[in-house]
Ligand binder design. Sequence first.
Ligand SMILES: *[C@@H]1O[C@H](CO)[C@@H](O)[C@H](O)[C@H]1NC(C)=O
Ligand SMILES: *[C@@H]1O[C@H](CO)[C@@H](O)[C@H](O)[C@H]1NC(C)=O
Ligand SMILES: *[C@@H]1O[C@H](CO)[C@@H](O)[C@H](O)[C@H]1NC(C)=O
Length: 747
Amino acid sequence: MRTVLLFVVCLAGAAMAREIDDIATTDIKQKQTVILKLLNHITERLMFKDLEDIGKNFKIEDSIDSYTKPEIVTDFIKMINVGVLPRGEIFTIHIDRQLKEVISMFHMLFYAKDFDTFLKTACWMRLYLNEGMFAYALTVAVRHREDCNGIVLPPPYEIYPYYFVRADVIQKAYLLKMKKGLLDQKLCDFYGINNTDKDVYIIDENIYDKRVYFNDEDRLRYFTEDIDLNTYYYYFHVDYPFWMRDSVFNKSKVRRFELTMYVYQQILARYYLERLCNGLGQIKEFSWYKNIKQGYWPWLTTHTGIEFPARFDNYAIAKDTNIDIIRLCEEYEKIIKDCIIKGFIEINGLRLELTKHDDMEKLGKLIYGNLDKNEADKTHVGAYRYLLIVMKAAIGLNTFNSDKYFVAPNVLDHYQTALRDPVFYMLQKRIIDLVHLFKLRLPSYSKEDLYFPGVKIDNVDVDKLVTYFDDYLMDITNAVTLTEQQQNNTMSDLVFMARKRRLTHQPFKVTLDILSDKTVDTVVRIFLGPKKDQLDRIIDINKNRQNFIELHSFIYKLTTGKNTIVRHSNDMHNLVKDRLMTRDFWKKIETVSDMRNMFVKNLRNYQTGFPTRLLLPKGQIGGFQTVLYVCVTPLRLVDNADTNILDTNRKDFVVDFRSTVLLDKMPLGLPLDRHIEVANFFTPNMKFVDVVIFHKTSSCDMKSRWYRWVLKDYNMVDRTPIDTQTNYFVDTDINDKVDRDVNLNDL
Ligand SMILES: *[C@@H]1O[C@H](CO)[C@@H](O)[C@H](O)[C@H]1NC(C)=O
Ligand SMILES: *[C@@H]1O[C@H](CO)[C@@H](O)[C@H](O)[C@H]1NC(C)=O
Ligand SMILES: *[C@@H]1O[C@H](CO)[C@@H](O)[C@H](O)[C@H]1NC(C)=O
């Protein structure tokens, strides 16, 4: 327990801990319940009478004084008068007009002077504005308002399951709902529908149904479509939206763009590990003038019934209609590269140096098109824009210079779904390459930078690493509609769960023996990276250093002599366990008297964490070779760090951090972030060890059922030989009697 606490404390110190004074009071419980109500069944009308009354009785025009920035309110009212995206339409922030509208909504929620005004504004918006925009604006606002500290948002896959569950599953839920739960037993077995409890229906998302697969990349779907991975990416965006001005951020959100770039690089590295486990090689280079080899068929629809479009293999990007946007992308990219190579940015009459590590922030702003003068409150989108959006526009929607307002977005246009598409990683790699270019211009770490006199890693020991697949139930009840009666009851009569297969691993621990000749504060970083590429060639360290994921990092006080540090996989840095289902969470907060324990136990890293299950890549049945790299460096504490964090008895805060090592002044990803001079690199305070990851196959009834029903007549193994004298097929139970009277149209 001590290590756990110490761990929590270290992390909380990352200048990111948010204290909750009122966490023990009922106040937080009330706030919490309101947010759950507002985000429940968002495609329905607001069912809760109390909130409906608040919304209906609120007059924004008469409440301008309740917002810290009155001009925000007048702009908002003007916008509403012009007309906004109606309820029922699909929303994407990749369309300028929709982006402006949703930022305006966010500003209203964010600049509300007190929680009361915030609540009234939210109820009003829930009644009258687009539900997708509302959910987005409210989510961002809750994460950025001080008085919303400690409020837990329902996970995005429960708010809007359409982004996370295949359309066939939702369709089956709809049919069941229409038939009031009447089951067709024969189809149930084939579809994998089970009625376990009264009124609870489980519907399989059968991953062995591969009819929408196009190419090798589809083997990674278990990873790219993982609901918790996509939630992680979405929540990162929510905490650090590219469109948000610095002035909105609380000052504690330091090193914003460095962290953003690091998180994106880590996702790429993690994805590459998964590719290698599946025998796939490097993420392909993206080119505007080459076809995109990898198609992708999402098999998702939105609640409007519009499908997410499929992109077939060998898709040609450049067309007459988007060649101008492609040129623009190339221009932007060239501007950024020029700045990096010249070592300064000249834009909007400003000159900013790009020569030191700290200049990452400026580079980030340049990449994100966020380099305006200090227009904190303008919702305006500058002429120079976020490259990635423009790139996505060229591939998908053509949102850049069209006046389209109602669109059929593709998966790249939503943060909840972008990770699904293989082309996402190609685009992201292109952006991260800009960061690599910048880092190449910085000097390599010298021996003095890396060497830690008197500290030596003596031994690193890792348990056997084993991954496997298991089942998970996800609540999709919010995806089906309600009758008037159920709206009056504020709940659905039937509950629907989608059963998903997902990657996980057996718990393991890492044991470090570190020798020290003094008592000293240190930062320990543990990375995991591949050893060989898909052709079994050892990858050169300077190529490979970008492929390491930060498994764990923590601050540790070494004592003189031998220090044995044991870290369990569950307690590693910024991980989140399975999130509670909102229906269970709701019940729980009604009964629990003090939410504090929940934060320590159930809710750790709820909104920031990377899924614990995906800490390790899938590995291979015969073992997948990886390298574990451990590095101990002296702690160079950032200025003004909160010293309270060293008090291990403190428990009264929500841990809300993204990176432990932000407490340390050194760059994220140290020491693998810079070019490695091999001759100067290896020091006693670091160690590489070989680690093998095994994958254990597990049986799954989804598979056996699929084979029994679908593959039975195609699979020649175990087939009884044909007896030409009698029946053609002897072991089938096909009903081959033909009823001649039946009208063909009825069949
Ligand atoms: C439904 O679930 C129950 C309990 O988990 C199980 O015993 C039963 O075999 C399942 N039925 C089908 C058709 O899968
Ligand atoms: C930032 O957070 C600190 C500590 O939680 C708080 O005192 C301060 O008012 C916040 N600043 C803003 C601008 O919200
Ligand atoms: C639902 O509530 C409304 C308003 O209270 C009422 O008029 C209506 O009859 C109710 N409908 C059902 C089916 O109970």
